[in-house]
Write a protein that binds this ligand. Structure first.
Ligand SMILES: [Zn+2]
Length: 695
């Protein structure tokens, strides 16, 4: 993960104070002490708190030494990611580090746990008992508050990561993020909680020290897995006690009898552990070796799993072999085994789509930018990045069939009011259908998940209220356009597509405008499953037709894609009538993890073609359109309006539906904001009205 500090609203430390402090510290810092040395000199493990009470000995568990020393005050490392199995010492590292910081009186520290209960239990059952064993340290602590401990140099706060308030209130140079995979992936619309916290720490620059430790969960969703991959990926290399061959202990070479097969075939037995794990410089040859040369030197990442537990502590090699055999018999145990014992993210069974198969659904003769026959209502979805907008226009027709009409990437800065100009021109535009009629977008969903306040201001300028309407000039009259400010809901809780605005959906921080405008909820997982299902059915029908040498029922497809003039792709002269391959890659970027029961977006994947589709379909189901509720007679009326059978391509529009033009010509743009309209005016309006249909 990249720490774009500017992306977060982080209070920066006062530079003058920083310089003064640094100056002072340059004179007062004692000789360089490493965290591991401090622990060896001071740390006592309380009875009942660890398997081996008494004096801490790093030699007992050598792989922890380097990880701890990354957190030392003079270390060049700023970020340490420790991806690990359960019970391998990650929490002890955190306690040793906290003791070191307090004892040396360095600065303030945050210990973050996923939820309040865990924060309390970390403080009362792990930290406090450890401190009680070290009277000199205890004497330095001025307060006896469970979650806030003062000492000369700073305060240690124990916080929980699912509270925006907690995250906002605290900033510290040292941050220990425990069990980061359990943190909210999006907190208050500001992104993943661990990134928000990290960005705060990183505002201290070189002086920041961040330690994230976790047993990983599901691949693609796991923060620690992502952090490990971005770091320098250190594995603990050991030498075979027989042949001296260098290797990493890998589960593939663990034998059912609890021995490891050396890469050269020797038998390594469990009792060899102690000597084999001893490090270079400490009487042995083992060492951490980075496997990712691309990582910045300040970002270290470590992987350690159950086979590296000290002899006599944790699972024996035989235990691990037995558990593996059990997980192979009962696959329900496999995720737990991979996470807790192997310390790796679980790659579950997944439903995914091949972008080439989806691209092959594109239909020759259907053009990007033209509404195909059968497309009677246009809706749009807008997704926002820091310098551009992604917009998809979709048409809906009878039987809730959907057509992809347009997909554009529009430059603009969402933090500036003027940044929305080009987007707005696009949304006010019209699209010709194959009969030559200009159609405007009936409903737009604009993602307010990021830059919420600025996006809310934009929606307010257009329609005052999220769900309000404005009038779009189609060249032969006006058509209503309803604009919604929306935000995705968390995957596990969404059970339907459309959620009305709730006050609590809006973070306190964004209260004024977003709350007054109203944020509608998007059940993203429901809509993704829907779109995925439409595509899967179309691919299945295509395959069936090929196998049966039968005609394919293309009209029956629930979703259709423009294929331009058809034929081979010519890269030097791309066909503007079809969507590029990148579109289809983006549309299929996410997959459904069957075991996790959730949609997964691989880290950094370009998924806007899918997200904008989710919002566009959402807009067609929102109250302004309610495509799922449209009656046959209403579809017939729309067909009469936009697809008249007797009228040629370039003839004038029929006069059948003139009531709305007349109505709107007498009350032009000042009526663009329906919340200010009179009840009578609203009642008189026809077409796509706010409260559903009134044809
Ligand atoms: Zn060997």
């Amino acid at each position: 993960m990249t720490f774009d500090v500017a992306a977060f609203d982080v209070p920066m430390p006062d530079p003058t104070a920083l310089v003064c402090e640094a100056w002072e510290r340059a004179w007062t810092l004692p000789e360089r002490i490493d965290v591991s040395d401090w622990a060896d000199d001071n740390r006592v493990i309380a009875k009942g708190a660890g398997a081996e009470p008494g004096d801490w000995k790093t030699d007992r568990h050598p792989p922890l030494r380097e990880i701890m020393n990354c957190l030392s005050e003079h270390s060049p490392v700023r970020l340490v990611d420790f991806m690990k199995s359960a019970q391998i010492g990650a929490t002890e590292i955190g306690i040793n580090w906290a003791g070191y910081v307090i004892d040396l009186g360095l600065d303030s520290m945050i210990v973050a746990q996923p939820v309040k209960d865990l924060a309390r239990s970390w403080a009362t059952s792990k930290f406090d008992p450890a401190i009680v064993e070290m009277p000199e340290l205890l004497a330095k602590m001025a307060t006896d508050n469970t979650l806030e401990k003062r000492y000369p140099g700073g305060t240690l706060w124990v916080i929980w990561a699912n509270s925006s308030k907690q995250l906002r209130q605290r900033t510290a140079r040292y941050i220990f993020m425990d069990e980061v995979d359990e943190y909210p992936r999006d907190l208050g619309g500001q992104g993943p909680a661990d990134q928000q916290l990290a960005a705060r720490g990183m505002s201290y620059g070189d002086r920041a020290r961040l330690y994230r430790a976790c047993t990983p969960t599901v691949a693609g969703r796991s923060a620690i897995d992502a952090g490990f991959k971005e770091g320098d990926q250190r594995y603990y290399h050991v030498d075979c006690p027989h042949c001296g061959g260098e290797q990493v202990l890998e589960i593939e070479r663990l034998q059912p009898n609890g021995t490891f097969a050396c890469v050269h075939g020797c038998v390594i037995e469990e009792h060899h552990k102690t000597a084999m794990f001893r490090e270079v410089g400490h009487g042995g040859t083992a060492r951490w070796v980075p496997h990712n040369p691309d990582a910045p030197e300040w970002h270290r990442s470590y992987h350690l799993w159950a086979a590296y537990a000290p002899l006599g502590l944790g699972l024996s090699w035989k235990d691990i072999a037995d558990q593996r055999a059990e997980a192979e018999r009962n696959t329900a145990l496999l995720p737990g085994f991979q996470n807790l014992v192997m310390g790796i993210a679980f790659e579950g069974a997944r439903n995914e789509q091949d972008h080439e198969a989806v691209q092959a659904l594109a239909e020759a003769g259907m053009q990007v930018g033209t509404v195909p026959r059968g497309g009677l209502i246009l809706t749009a979805g807008v997704d926002i990045a820091h310098d551009r907008f992604f917009v998809k226009v979709m048409a809906t027709g009878r039987g809730q069939r959907r057509f992809v009409v347009d997909y554009q990437i529009i430059d603009g800065d969402p933090t500036l009011p003027s940044g929305y100009d080009a987007l707005d021109e696009f949304l006010k535009g019209t699209w010709k259908n194959t009969f030559g009629f200009e159609m405007a977008i009936a409903a737009v969903a604009v993602d307010g998940g990021n830059w919420t306040e600025m996006v809310a201001q934009y929606v307010k300028r257009l329609v005052n209220q999220s769900g309000g309407t404005r009038l779009i000039n189609t060249g032969r009259g006006f058509q209503q356009q309803t604009v919604y400010l929306v935000r995705g809901r968390s995957e596990h809780t969404s059970q339907r597509a459309v959620y009305r605005p709730l006050q609590k959906d809006v973070n306190e921080r964004e209260k004024t405008i977003a709350r007054s405008v109203g944020v509608w909820g998007v059940g993203g997982s429901v809509l993704k499953t829907m779109i995925h299902g439409w595509i899967a059915a179309a691919i299945a029908e295509k395959e069936r037709a090929v196998q049966a040498q039968d005609a394919e029922d293309i009209e029956g497809r629930m979703i259709r894609f423009p294929g331009g003039h058809g034929g081979e792709v010519d890269i030097t002269n791309p066909d503007p009538g079809r969507l590029p391959e990148s579109y289809y890659r983006g549309l299929t970027a996410e997959y459904y993890d069957i075991d996790a029961g959730a949609w997964v977006r691989p880290k950094g994947a370009y998924n806007e073609p899918l997200d904008t589709g989710v919002y566009a379909v959402w807009a067609s189901l929102a109250p302004a359109v309610k495509a799922d509720m449209i009656r046959d007679s209403q579809w017939a009326a729309l067909e009469a309006q936009f697809e008249p059978a007797v009228i040629g391509l370039f003839d004038q529009a029929p006069a059948a539906n003139d009531s709305r033009e007349t109505r709107q010509e007498t009350a032009p743009m000042e009526a663009s904001n329906d919340s200010r309209e009179t009840h009578a005016a609203r009642k008189a309006r026809v077409g796509l009205a706010r409260d559903g249909w009134s044809l």
